[in-house]
Design a protein around this ligand. Sequence first.
Ligand SMILES: [Zn+2]
Length: 54
Amino acid sequence: MNNECPMCGCVLCYTNVELNELLPCPDCGSDLEVRSLDPFTLEMAPLEREDWGE
Ligand SMILES: [Zn+2]
């Protein structure tokens, strides 16, 4: 599945992502959130979110 980073426009390729999963952009480092799987949609993650600590 492919999508462009909403911040820097680089093409992102991810597999096996889940709804609401947080994905870091490898190019600009932005935290992106999966808002929809069909169609695949990424948005900037809320900045106020707490650090999950993985
Ligand atoms: Zn980016």
